[in-house]
Design a binder for this molecule. Structure first.
Ligand code: IVH
Length: 707
């Protein structure tokens, strides 16, 4: 065993090619040791050597994110560190944040808040500005003031239990001090490493011949991902708390007041947090924090703004995964120059062709970038990007790197304008820009017309199907999909669920597979034979139907049968099924048409039926579960007085009601304010319950705003 020894070169010194080759070798090696460890055979190496392999692997991946392999051990089922933690469901989801990139976006945020709450022009909106710490989000539960559990964010709903690791942080108190500590509170914040501690840690590792961490965030994450608690304990991890989830009571009616209480209880709160009186002060604070950024002892990547009044936060609620009452104002993206080697065209699951720039590898903001999106052919033409050009690349946070433009004067004499292919690079079918009937112009995206014969589209659909927001099947990544595709074993979603029956234990004999990985894959597939309807709908990959729309549809239809039966009988533009579809709030005609179009194809219906035979598709619990209006369809008409229409709608939806735009036989309640006209009449005709806004508020147990 030589792998983990000091002879290895610094990750920082590796070229892209060396890194790629080493990752491949490490993936194989780690898989072999995993198999020895989990199987009946005796492990060949001890835990420390194994951990060193993993760390080396993770450090290379962190520095070269473009090289992360489909069979990366970080994704494998049964890999030691990542899978050893048990799961924790967050009783209140851990949200992420929307982004603002310039002053205009911040103004827009404040404006939206004002409009949503229906504030008068002279109403002051107090907002807290906080440094956005570049670390790892964590939720820590205290019961009766005592530390009981800590969990990672995970997918926002379910995280990993890292109670033991977080308990090693000196800054996390075992008990909270004070007489206003709630009986139960999940405090939330960011675990991070200071830059000097990170440098010292890497220095020690360099001296010991160990792999270096790419940045403080990675080092913090790597430390918390270890099952061996002594590793986290040996790292000087720190924390700032800035939010909370479930809380039996709160010490204040304002966000800044709550954070002050956190401080009194003994929880670390960032000292640069300020309460600002409005947009001007926020932007001033943003610039001030930007100026102190380089001098701060820890990494930050922006400023988070939060509406201070908690009653307003409650009313604002959230959309999808982010609160309406907070936003992250990011610092400008990092840029670098490099040479464009080639332009490759990728085929998406709906057949759209996307040009991708293949770049001379360049480090931008700490990671090596070698691909960047060029969006579409118009974009290439507009920027006149040519192979051989020196281009400016930008990378911000986790977003895909972009090409900002060409550096003038650096173009080689022989560089030719780029000609976009008119045939699909995967199947050779014609690729066309369809006419968009609404704009009267051709679509920006060129699409492959190959449909079902195009292997690239089919594989992309499969990738989407098994992806994180859909079936989330671990161990079935891009590489494995291509593997099964080539052997004609998986050509569509249904094949995934027949794989074990078809291939059985002989999978272990196929190249690149072993007993353990085969068993793990079958187990991962089996684990997804029961699936919630929203994930199922999202997995189908219907155009315009993403995670959010899938959830709306799942809630609307309740169960799979109702979803399928309605759509199977639907026609575009007429009939009850169509009306009920376009009546789902958030589902416009484009989505409805895509859904009906999808079900009109016999092949798609076969896939849906095939899956239904093999799976248990679970109804999705209504939001607001047991609320008095859960599952009811409500129509608001006339003017509302206690809140804006948008807020009324958001609140009804949060309680599990469906808000529709027009009155039909499916409407349960019409809330009519002054000035209500034809909808009120229709409700009377159909014998639907009509209530005033006040009665509605009483029904949902809410007070009018300001009351
Ligand atoms: S508030 C509901 N405040 O940024 C609001 N997040 O991009 C939840 N983060 O997932 C987040 N500093 O991990 C908040 N002062 C701060 C933060 C912060 C860093 C992270 C957090 C979040 C991510 C969103």
């Amino acid at each position: 065993m030589s792998e983990a020894g000091p002879r290895r070169r610094d990750v920082d010194a590796l070229t892209m090619e060396e890194a790629g080759a080493e990752l491949e070798a490490l993936a194989g090696e780690i898989a072999r040791h995993d198999a020895l460890y989990h199987g009946r055979d005796t492990p060949e190496i001890g835990d420390a050597d194994y951990d060193a392999l993993r760390r080396r692997h993770d450090a290379i991946e962190a520095r070269f994110p473009d090289l992360v392999r489909a069979d990366s051990p970080a994704r494998e089922v049964g890999a030691k560190p990542a899978s050893g933690f048990s799961q924790v469901r967050h009783s209140v989801p851990m949200l992420s944040l929307g982004n603002a990139f310039d002053d205009g976006d911040v103004g827009g945020f404040i404006e939206r808040v004002r409009r949503f709450l229906g504030l008068a022009d002279d109403d002051e909106v107090a907002v807290v500005a906080e440094p956005k710490i570049d670390g790892l989000a964590v939720s820590i539960r205290y019961e009766n003031g005592r530390y009981v559990r800590a969990a990672t964010r995970g997918d926002g709903q379910v995280g990993e239990d890292i109670t033991a690791n977080v308990a090693t942080l000196d800054e996390v108190p075992e008990t909270l001090a004070g007489d206003d500590v709630p009986e139960v509170i999940d405090v939330r914040g960011e675990i991070y490493l200071r830059r000097d501690d990170f440098l010292a840690l890497n220095e020690t590792r360099r001296a010991a011949g160990e792999a270096l961490f790419a940045n403080p965030r990675n080092a913090a994450a790597g430390s918390l991902r270890q099952l061996d608690v002594s590793i986290a304990a040996s790292r000087p991890l720190r924390i700032f708390l800035y939010a909370w989830g479930e809380a039996s009571s709160l010490p204040s009616e304002s966000h800044h007041g709550a954070l002050e209480a956190f401080g009194r209880w003994g929880l670390p709160v960032n000292p640069e947090i300020r309460l600002c009186a409005g947009l001007e002060e926020l932007l001033e604070r943003y610039r001030a924090i930007g100026e102190m950024r380089a001098g701060l002892p820890y990494d930050i990547d922006g400023v988070v703004y939060k509406i201070d009044r908690l009653d307003w936060q409650d009313r604002l609620g959230f959309v999808s995964r982010a609160p309406r009452w907070a936003i992250a104002h990011k610092f400008p993206a990092e840029k670098a120059r490099t040479v464009l080697r080639d332009i490759r065209v990728q085929v998406g699951r709906t057949g759209s062709l996307t040009p991708v720039a293949m770049l001379e590898p360049v480090t931008v903001g700490g990671v090596v970038v070698q691909n960047a999106t060029l969006h579409n052919e118009e974009e290439i033409a507009r920027k006149d990007v040519r192979v051989g050009d020196t281009v400016v690349v930008q990378r911000a946070g986790d977003v895909i790197p972009q090409i900002l433009g060409v550096v003038p004067g650096k173009r080689p004499a022989n560089a030719e304008p780029y000609v976009f292919p008119e045939a699909c690079p995967a199947c050779g079918s014609r690729a066309v820009r369809e006419m968009n009937p609404k704009t009267g112009r051709p679509d920006v995206a060129r699409r492959c017309t190959g449909g079902l014969v195009c292997p690239a589209q089919a594989m992309e659909r499969l990738r989407h199907f098994v992806g994180r927001l859909a079936f989330d099947i671990e161990g079935l990544g891009d590489k494995q999909i291509a593997f099964f595709w080539e052997r004609d074993l998986i050509r569509g979603p249904v094949d995934i669920f027949d794989l074990e029956e078809k291939v059985g234990p002989s999978l272990a004999e196929l190249e690149g597979w072993g007993e353990v990985s085969a068993r793990n894959l079958y187990a991962a597939i089996d684990g997804r034979r029961v699936i919630p309807l929203d994930r199922f709908v999202n997995a189908l990959g219907i155009r315009h139907v993403g995670e959010t729309t899938a959830r709306l549809l799942a809630r609307h239809f309740g169960g799979f049968e109702s979803f399928r039966d309605t759509l199977a009988g639907a026609e575009v533009g007429r009939g009850e099924a169509w009306d009920s579809l376009v009546n789902v709030d958030g589902v416009g005609a484009a989505v409805a048409e895509a859904l009906v179009g999808f079900f009109a194809e016999a092949h798609n219906r076969e896939v849906v039926e095939g899956l239904a035979e093999r799976l248990t598709i679970e109804a999705v619990a209504e939001a607001g579960g047991d609320s008095p209006v859960s599952g009811k369809t409500v129509v608001f008409t006339g003017s509302l007085e206690a809140m804006t229409r948008q807020e009324a709608k958001a609140r009804a939806e949060a309680l599990g009601a469906k808000v529709a735009g027009s009155v039909s036989a499916r409407t349960d309640i019409v809330v009519a304010g002054p000035g209500a006209g034809s909808k009120l009449k229709k409700a009377a005709e159909l014998g639907i319950a009509v209530m005033t806004e006040e009665e509605w508020l009483a029904r949902i147990g809410a007070k009018a705003a300001g009351a």
